[in-house]
Design a protein around this ligand. Sequence first.
Ligand code: XLS
Ligand code: CA
Ligand code: CA
Length: 437
Amino acid sequence: MSYFDFVEKVKYEGPDTKNPFAFRYYDPDRVILGKKMSEHLPFAMAWWHNLCATGTDMFGPGTTDKSFGAVPGTMEHAKAKVDAGFEFMQKLGIKYFCFHDVDLVPEADDINETNRRLDEISDYILEKMKGTDIKCLWGTANLFSNPRYMNGAGSSNSADVFCFAAAQIKKALDLTVKLGGKGYVFWGGREGYESLLNTDVKFELENIATLMHMAVEYGRKIGFKGDFYIEPKPKEPMKHQYDFDAATAIAFLRQYGLDKDFKLNIEANHATLAGHTFQHDLRIAAINGMLGSIDANEGDLFLGWDTDEFPYNVYETTMCMYEVLKAGGLTGGFNFDAKTRRSSYTFEDMFHAFILGMDAFALGLIKAAAIIEDGTIDSFIKERYSSYETGIGKKIRNREVTLEELAAYAAELKKPELPGSGRLEYLRSVINRILFS
Ligand code: XLS
Ligand code: CA
Ligand code: CA
């Protein structure tokens, strides 16, 4: 049975093709800087957006039928989603998927029944994985949808709710290990607060850290060798979320001694919601040795929320890939945490969306490698700091001078030269030259 019989395997046909079901830039075997494109770009499908979301929004119901021939809310439907998902990934050449526990099965009233369903579906997925090279990139527990998490999970005021979060994490870790997952994500959508009139911030942060320590202990016990990730986001659904951005999440991990087991999963749309560029959060993660994985999407700069659009802005994907190449790659991958627009409601649109995203990242990779090989940007930056290579600058870098000695140096100089032009317009023109040649 085929759900997507309008398309065979999507192949690379080159930039000039007019075939809407072909890649123009993503050529998996093409070697860039010594590595195949497919190795640079371990793409993943997000179970929730691709197989579950129907386009429902605050103002109206879904527009896409994702019943896949079964009755939603049944195990038959859960299995149909697995079948559809595997056909989809195989047709696009995608090797990984990411999931929340409740994306896989309908949640029951009793957690024991939910867990039984999760065992059944993961057996089914495991069976489906045989004979393919598809694996789990990362798993996670949905600790934000169920009403019990209205005040957060690890940060909930209710100890019973905290226990349910722990139980879900335990099960999601079991599933991640069972399905060969490389990572495990904590996205703290409701880990935050609305008002300090009813919130003990320090208490909540300590509890979140305790829950994460327990997850690490259990994960290592059952043989999980991968990375745990925090996925920062500043707001939505909470007014103020604790994992605001990369810098905040790193400080938290270090404060509570979690930094050896955790890295970050940086999402483009979350970085921009925090008032940063995507590249900024990638850089902050990378220079702290914490760049683990990426949620590949794009926001709309005119809207103040998480629109999770498929990435198409090649300036953004280029600078992302520049960061990834400089960091030596990811331990995780590129998860398309992205959804088709509500008005793009057909199955064909799902393919167009992934082709757009995969091509945007492939082109970004090609252009980022060209920026590095061209060398203008890197040598400009090096030259810009060259006053620290000799003389007083070198002594500062080596920490060989005191504040008094620097003051005496300044007194002798009387007035410094201006620090040199930043040449931003020129550098932007270099980027355009490389992008459009
Ligand atoms: C929501 C987040 C979420 C995480 C996984 O904004 O992006 O989907 O990636 O829980
Ligand atoms: Ca995400
Ligand atoms: Ca998001």
